[in-house]
Design a protein around this ligand. Sequence first.
Ligand SMILES: Cc1ncc(COP(=O)(O)O)c(C=O)c1O
Length: 404
Amino acid sequence: MYYQPIIDFIRSLYPGKETIPLHEPYFGGNEKKYVLDCIDTNYVSSVGRYVDRFEEMIRDFTGAKYAIATVNGTAALHIALKLAGVQPGDLVITQPLTFVATCNAISYCGAEPVFVDIDSDTLGMSPDSLESWLEQNVDIVDKGLEGLETPRSKLSQPSQPFLSIHKATRRHISACVPMHTFGHPCKIDRIVDICNRYHIPVVEDAAESIGSYFKGKHTGIFGKLGILSFNGNKTITTGGGGMILTDDDELGPLAKHITTTAKKPHPWKFEHDMIGYNYRLPNINAALGCAQMEILPYILQNKRETARKYQEFFKNIEEVKFIQEPSDSISNYWLNAILLNKEEERDQFLDYAYSQKVMCRPAWTLMNKLPMFSKCIYSLLNVASAIEKRLVNIPSSFRQYEIN
Ligand SMILES: Cc1ncc(COP(=O)(O)O)c(C=O)c1O
């Protein structure tokens, strides 16, 4: 049986640990120093120099023109969708294999997800599936002629003359949210091209893909807006945190305004000019983020080496396929994943791994199977269904033992 050799190999990667977590944070830099500095200076909340510095570091690292720090990735996605123009009653295209936060954020806008299939090489949205669903289900209409010229808020796209409308329900398809699954970039250039033809803004869920590149460009900056997450289980963490990315000169400043309660700048007056959100990342979390950004290249290198070791090892286990970084991409290998040949062995393997205190986990249950989203529109989801049944994530934390 191949279970025990896999467990033994994982244990050899993480020696000296009784329980091997799936992904734990690594604090090997100035984290304590910067957090203590926040406490010593009393700047622990939503004002402070670490927030600005963290945003600047993310701008430099990703190449985004604007980076706006938020309390978590879900909040970042909520605001990014609003800024893209998503309104109550709209439809938003996404993929069924994702963390529930993607669909929750769509729901917070009063919109509903539509699910198209994924590709087996990237595990992210399939441009072919997207294109064929759009071809069959969508009319491109002139906004004025369709009678859709209702007074829209400053948060919609006032200048866009054409809209994609779902033929069967006449609902506006107001965004598309591809996700870079486990850090592997999806075919984002084709997805953006297709969406451009249909006048659908792309909001990239790059929550898992800091340090991942597609054709030399950082993920999260291909669409109109993108987001990152710094949750405790991510490649780097701020405890909880997120970031909105955009190159748009109107939406960048607006993102900052709306995530900081839409307060008009003034030394002492409290005036707010729209419904805003208290979504600003606290300084104490940003302090952690600055320290983590300083060591990010080192973390990425370490995780890449772990992925290489896994890849070598799984070449000799014929019952299992290791998911490699897709072509044209550099993956951050946030969570390594394997596909078992036999779907009936997945749960047995997971049971065994847990009994050995090695924390592996299955793929997320597909979003269209969850009760909240089971009545949503979806295309054929053959690839996602097949992958969901056979995929297992394996421990992927930074390996301190690599240091020497
Ligand atoms: C794909 C995806 N989207 C969104 C989120 C939401 O991020 P957060 O947990 O920071 O709210 C996460 C991660 O947690 C995620 O994996």
